[in-house]
Design a protein around this ligand. Structure first.
Ligand code: PHE
Length: 340
C-alpha cells in the first residue's frame, strides 16, 4: 500500500502541473482530495493493514495529504493571480485615446448684452458709473422728487430692508450719487445695475432685473439731444433702419417725461404677436432732469440742464435673441446659457 501511496502522490502532483483553469482545478480536487477521492479512499483502507504497519502508513499518508493540500492552495492562488492579470490586460488604459474635452465657460447672456450696451454708449462719450444695489429711501425716492407718501412711489413695488433702507427699484438713485460726486463738471454717464421689485414672477417679469440708466448734465442740453441719443442707441443695438417714437409720460424726476418706443423689429411695424399688434416696442422711460433733482445733485437748474433715461437689459436681449421667458436669465440652466 505504501507503493500505491507513492504512485498516487507522483500521479496527482504531475496532474496538478497540467491544470490551467479553475474548472480543471476543481475537477482535480474532487478526484484526489474529495470525499470519494483517491487519497481519501486510500486513507480509509488503513484498517485493512496489519496492526504494526498502520502507523508507518498512516504517517506517510498524512504527509502526502498535507503536501497535496498545500500544492492545491498554491495552485488556487496562482490561478487567481493569472486571471486578474488577464482581466487587467483586457481592460487596460489606452493612453493614446484623446481626453474628454472640458468646455470653456463664457460670459452670461446678460453680461454680454450689458457689454454691447456699454460699447455703444462709450462711442457716444458715456462713462460707466456703478452705484449700490442697497439704497436709502432718500436716494431711491426722496431726492428724486418723491417725498414720503408721494403717490408716484406706488410705481415701484419695493423690497424694504428697514424703514429707510431698501433694494433699489431702479438705477435712478445713481443720478444723485454721480451729480454729487462730479459737481461742477458736466456729466455723461451710464449707470448699469440690478434692480429689484416686489412683484409676481412671470414669463415677462422678474423681481430682479438689470437696467442701464443714462444721465447727461451740461449747458444747453435739450430734448432733441435725448431723442438723438436714444435713436442712435436703438440703431446700433437693433439695426440701422430703426425708428423711434416719443410718447409723453410721467416720472417725478423728469420734466417733461417721455416714453420712447421703436418700430417692432419682428414685423417692421406691421403688427405682430411680439408687439401686441401695435407695431411698436417699448425702449425705455426718459425725460429732462427735473429742476429739483438737479438741485438735489448740487447743480443750479438756472445754469444747467440735462436728460436721463432708463433702459431694460433682459428685454432687449429677449427681443434680439428670440427668448420667450425672462426667468431663463436667472435659472442657471446650462442648456439655455450655452446657446449664447
Ligand atoms: N427709473 C425709471 C423706471 O425705473 C426709468 C427712468 C429713468 C425714467 C430715467 C426717466 C428717466 O421706470
Amino acid at each position: 500500500m505504501l507503493e500505491q501511496l507513492n504512485k498516487l502522490e507522483k500521479e496527482s502532483t504531475a496532474a496538478l502541473e497540467t491544470v490551467s483553469s479553475s474548472a480543471a482545478l476543481a475537477e482535480w480536487n474532487k478526484r484526489y482530495l474529495g470525499k470519494n477521492g483517491a487519497l481519501t479512499q486510500l486513507l480509509r483502507s488503513v484498517g485493512q493493514l496489519p496492526k504494526k504497519e498502520r502507523p508507518v502508513f498512516g504517517q506517510a499518508a498524512n504527509r502526502v495529504k498535507v503536501a497535496l493540500e498545500a500544492a492545491y492552495e498554491a495552485k488556487v492562488e496562482m490561478l487567481q493571480r493569472k486571471e486578474m492579470e488577464q482581466e487587467l490586460e483586457r481592460g487596460a488604459l489606452d493612453v493614446t485615446l484623446p481626453g474628454r474635452p472640458r468646455r470653456p465657460g463664457h460670459l452670461h447672456i446678460t453680461t454680454q448684452t450689458l457689454r454691447q450696451i456699454y460699447a455703444i454708449f462709450a462711442e457716444m462719450g458715456f462713462q460707466v458709473y456703478e452705484s449700490p444695489d442697497v439704497e436709502t429711501d432718500e436716494m431711491n425716492f426722496e431726492l428724486l422728487n418723491m417725498p414720503p407718501h408721494h403717490p408716484a412711489r406706488d410705481m415701484w413695488a419695493t423690497f424694504w430692508i428697514s424703514d429707510d433702507v431698501l433694494l433699489r427699484t431702479h438705477t435712478s438713485p445713481g443720478q444723485i450719487r454721480v451729480m454729487r460726486e462730479r459737481y461742477p463738471e458736466p456729466i455723461r454717464v451710464i449707470l448699469p445695475g440690478k434692480c429689484y421689485r416686489y412683484e409676481q414672477i412671470t414669463a415677462r417679469a422678474e423681481h430682479q432685473f438689470y437696467q442701464v440708466e443714462g444721465l447727461a448734465v451740461g449747458h444747453g442740453i435739450r430734448m432733441t439731444d435725448l431723442i438723438g441719443t436714444l435713436t442712435e442707441f436703438a440703431r446700433r443695438f437693433y439695426g440701422m433702419d430703426r425708428h423711434i417714437r416719443i410718447r409723453s409720460s410721467y416720472f417725478p424726476f423728469t420734466e417733461p417725461s417721455i416714453e420712447a418706443d421703436m418700430d417692432c423689429i419682428i414685423c417692421q411695424g406691421e403688427g405682430c404677436r411680439v408687439c401686441k399688434h401695435s407695431g411698436w416696442l417699448e425702449v425705455g422711460g426718459a425725460g429732462m432732469v427735473h429742476p429739483v433733482v438737479l438741485q438735489n445733485g448740487g447743480y443750479d437748474p438756472e445754469e444747467w440742464s440735462g436728460f436721463a433715461f432708463g433702459l431694460g437689459v433682459e428685454r432687449p436681449a429677449m427681443l434680439k435673441y428670440d427668448i420667450n421667458d425672462i426667468r431663463l436669465f436667472y435659472g442657471n440652466d446650462l442648456r439655455f446659457l450655452r446657446q449664447f
